[in-house]
Each structure stands twice: as C-alpha cells, then as structure tokens.
Design a protein around this ligand. Structure first.
Ligand SMILES: [Zn+2]
Length: 205
C-alpha cells in the first residue's frame, strides 16, 4: 500500500462578500468558522480537533472562533450564528464521510475561485479515520490538522502548498510523527500572509 497520504486542493467557484467586522483592531486577526458535522463525528472528537486546529492557528498569530452548525444548508438555519460565510474572516468547513470521485488518500478539498478566493472547504472523515487507524495516530489530532490544512487553503489562496509544514501536499511518516509531537505548523511566511490578508480585510471596513 502506498502510505503516502495527501490532502488536496480542488478548484471550485464561490463568490465572496465581506462581512461586518469590528473597527477596532485586536491583537490577533480572527477567523470565524462554521462547522457542518455531516459525518456525525462525536462531539468529543470534534471539540478536541477544533482545539488542535486552534492551537495551530494561534501559533500562526490567528485566532479561531468555531460555530457548530447542524444542518447541511446554512441558509435554512434559523440560528443567526450560522449565517452563511463570507470573506476570509468567516469561513465554512464541512466534515463529510467521503467524496465518491476521489481516492482514499485525499483528505479534503478547498473550493477556490480562479482568483484564489473561497470560503468553503470539505474534510473527508473516512479518509481521516483510515489514516488514524493505519498510523495509530490520535483521531482528533489528525482531524484537527486536516481541518487546519484545508482552512489554510482558504486563507492562503492558490499555490498554498509548501515543502515544509502543515501545508505540505503529501503527508507521510515524518508528518505523522510531527502531528504526534504537535510540531506540524504553518511556516512563518504563511503566518504573515494569513495575518496580512485578515488585517487588510479589516482595513477595508
Ligand atoms: Zn492541500
């Protein structure tokens, strides 16, 4: 079996609008992420995965706010906290079982326009679970890292993959060890890029 694992970028199309943002600049830029748990991941695993992703982003100078959404179509959700995303400061992450047209070595997809903008990413939970079992790695840690990778695509735009860190396109034994150690992170350049993008959105308001 080819143990090389991969999270991927796929092209899709979304238009964006900028949400209302606070005029006061906080110490760290913040991203709100709607989470649609279509795969029925346990609350405990999902909460731990979100904590893991939060830790990864915090080390990159970005704060995350997670909003649990329980329906597939956000527009139908009366909960005002689950409003449809818009702009880089309000994103959506959907955890689904599987995408039938993709291989089991692909762990997620970020939907980006040709210009590298997007607000929606999917994580394929069945692949995450397989990786967890194959490598005896913590399920919530693996899930949290895949979530961070896919959100990273939305914040970094096109060509987000890098030879180092969490945005590596292929995850092998070295990356799995780093996940276990908590050292698979965004590079300092990626951190600066994400911060600059989020601060520029605030400046436009
Ligand atoms: Zn990727």
């Amino acid at each position: 079996m080819n143990l090389a694992t991969r999270t991927c970028l796929a092209l899709g199309f979304l238009t964006i609008a900028f949400p209302g943002l606070a005029s006061e600049r906080p110490s760290k830029p913040q991203v709100t992420i709607n989470v649609y748990n279509d795969a029925g991941v346990s609350e405990q695993v999902l909460a731990q995965a979100e904590q893991e992703a939060t830790r990864i982003f915090r080390q990159a100078g970005v704060d995350n706010v997670w909003v649990e959404c329980h329906v597939s179509k956000p527009a139908l959700n009366p909960d005002s906290e689950c409003q449809p995303p818009g702009g880089a400061a309000h994103l959506a992450l959907r955890i689904v079982h599987w995408s039938s047209n993709l291989r089991d070595t692909i762990f997620g997809t970020a939907f980006l326009s040709a210009g590298g903008e997007g607000t929606q990413s999917d994580v394929f939970y069945d692949s995450v679970e397989k990786l967890h079992k194959d490598w005896h790695a913590s399920l919530s840690r693996v899930l949290g890292h895949v979530m961070a990778h896919e959100i990273g695509h939305l914040l970094l735009g096109t060509n987000a993959h890098s030879p180092m860190g969490i945005m590596r396109p292929n995850w092998q034994s070295q990356e799995l060890r780093s996940i276990g150690l908590g050292t698979l992170l965004f590079t300092s350049e990626q951190a600066r890029s994400m911060q600059a993008k989020l601060f520029s959105l605030r400046a436009r308001k």
